[in-house]
Design a protein around this ligand. Structure first.
Ligand code: GTP
Ligand code: MG
Length: 442
């Protein structure tokens, strides 16, 4: 592990930032000390304005954006060419930039440079990747709040306060000959620790919400064979995702897909119907249904409205269970008397009532911590959990009257874990792992 200080990168990198393929416009991006000089050679004229029209000789007419260090995304000199989106033009432009001294960028290298140049901390850099990968409004909002410094500022503040106390404790050690010298006020330290503990706890707890926002709230569709589970999955998705037939036991394996309702991502899981069977494969499928239920936040218990209501042989503790009476089209209106569920016809569609219900359940489930900040990265979750354990151990140490030396060891563990989130403390391996998940050109 090492401290990462802002580093001056000596080479200039370039990449096509728009997706591979033909489009109206493509953006080719370049960053590094020689970006403007190389850009001018390729453009065939001086790049004097921040936004400039250029006829690149023997290639294309395009708009060139110029950013001077440190006023750019990466903090370096940066040039962006918005050319016509032909594959030939994109690749030829990139080739010319390389010919004049740039090298091709690796995945996430622009954002890595932004981090190394102090333009953002590590959790913000990770949020860039999350923002690009976001599929729903809620997921986008979460990533954007992290990008705008959602937890970075707060964690930096908590860390600084802990650091100040640790320094005072360590100062006491230098005066260990004078036993009664106490620089770090123990009452104030206790108050700070309890404040930090509360905050870390609420952030650790918010992971469940953040993770659900990012991966989708898991919804298992379960019930007896042939009640219409796969038909419901298809109707919700508006797609023939799962095989439907009137033969009981059609679905053997779980079938999964995502759906956005009112800006929230759901992960729908169609399962094998529950029935007593000698068929080995079907039995394995039913075991998978049990697993899907155990992982789900919401369980849609589908029953055939024309028959009896069998109970589910699964542990449903802590799950939001919604009973759905399906095949309502086969019933006369005066038969619709049950109030412990929602009547639907998966075959006929019109599932707006069910979707509204799912959306309002999601709002109940996605309880954000007091200020609406939540974490969604496993890396942050692990670091915060470690910091929390260390803080609790400092609190115990204080109660037991442990000496400053032992207290400061635990405080250092907490400082270390918090520093990992912002990237103040990190290793090349962690950085490599984070940025390799980015796309090239970002
Ligand atoms: N009338 C009517 N038939 C339906 C409705 N929904 C499903 N069905 C029919 O019920 C039969 C079983 O549908 P599936 O969706 O395959 O049922 P399933 O619950 O997935 O069945 P398994 O995978 O075998 O457990 C098919 O013939 C569907 O067309 C509905 O709302 N009304
Ligand atoms: Mg099925």
């Amino acid at each position: 592990m090492e401290n990462v200080m802002p580093v001056q990168m000596t080479d200039t990198i370039a990449a096509v930032s728009t997706p591979y393929g033909v489009g109206g416009i493509a953006v080719v991006r370049m960053s590094g000390p020689d970006a403007i000089a190389i850009g001018e050679q390729v453009a065939g004229k001086p790049l004097v304005r921040s936004l400039q029209f250029c006829s690149v000789p023997d290639l294309d007419d395009m708009v060139v954006s110029v950013f001077h260090a440190p006023h750019s995304f990466t903090g370096e000199n940066q040039v962006e060419f918005s050319c016509h989106g032909s594959l030939y033009i994109q690749q030829e432009l990139l080739r010319r930039l390389i010919e004049h001294g740039a090298r091709t960028a690796m995945a996430g290298e622009f954002t890595k440079r932004a981090f190394l140049n102090g333009k953002m901390d590590l959790s913000q850099a990770e949020a860039v990747a999350d923002l690009i990968a976001s599929r729903s409004e809620a997921e986008k909002n979460l990533a954007l709040s992290h990008l705008r410094g959602g937890i970075s500022g707060e964690i930096a503040h908590l860390r600084q306060q802990l650091l100040d106390f640790t320094s005072l404790l360590e100062l006491e050690l230098d005066f260990s000959d004078h036993e009664d010298i106490e620089f770090a006020d123990r009452t104030q330290l206790k108050a700070l620790l309890s404040q930090v503990e509360q905050r870390l706890k609420s952030l650790v707890d918010s992971f469940k919400t953040g993770n659900a926002l990012r991966q989708g709230i898991p919804v298992a569709i379960v019930g007896a064979a042939n009640v219409g589970k796969s038909t419901l999955l298809n109707a919700l998705l508006g797609d023939n995702r799962a095989i439907v037939s009137d033969i009981p036991g059609t679905t053997r394996d779980t079938v999964e897909d995502t759906l956005v309702i009112e800006g929230v991502l759901f992960r729908l899981i169609d399962t094998a119907g529950i029935r007593t069977t000698q068929d080995k494969i079907e039995q394995l499928g039913i075991e998978r249904s049990r697993h899907a239920v155990s992982e789900a936040e919401i369980v849609l218990h589908l029953v055939d409205a024309t028959g009896a209501v069998p109970s589910l042989p699964f542990d449903l503790t802590g799950k939001h269970v919604l009973r759905l009476y399906n095949k309502v089209d086969l019933l006369s209106l005066d038969a619709l008397r049950k109030t412990d569920g929602i009547y639907i016809s998966a075959r006929q569609g019109n599932l707006s009532g069910l979707k509204e219900h799912l959306a309002s359940l999601a709002k109940e489930l996605l309880v954000l911590s007091g200020d609406g900040v939540c974490i969604s990265s496993v890396r942050h979750y692990e670091a915060l959990s470690r910091a929390l354990t260390a803080i609790i151990s400092v609190q115990h140490g204080l109660e037991e009257g442990l000496g400053g030396e032992l207290l400061s060891m635990d405080l250092h563990d907490a400082l270390f874990a918090l520093g990992e989130i912002s990237g103040e403390i990190t290793s090349d391996e962690v950085l490599g792992n984070i940025f390799s998940k980015f796309c090239i050109g970002k």
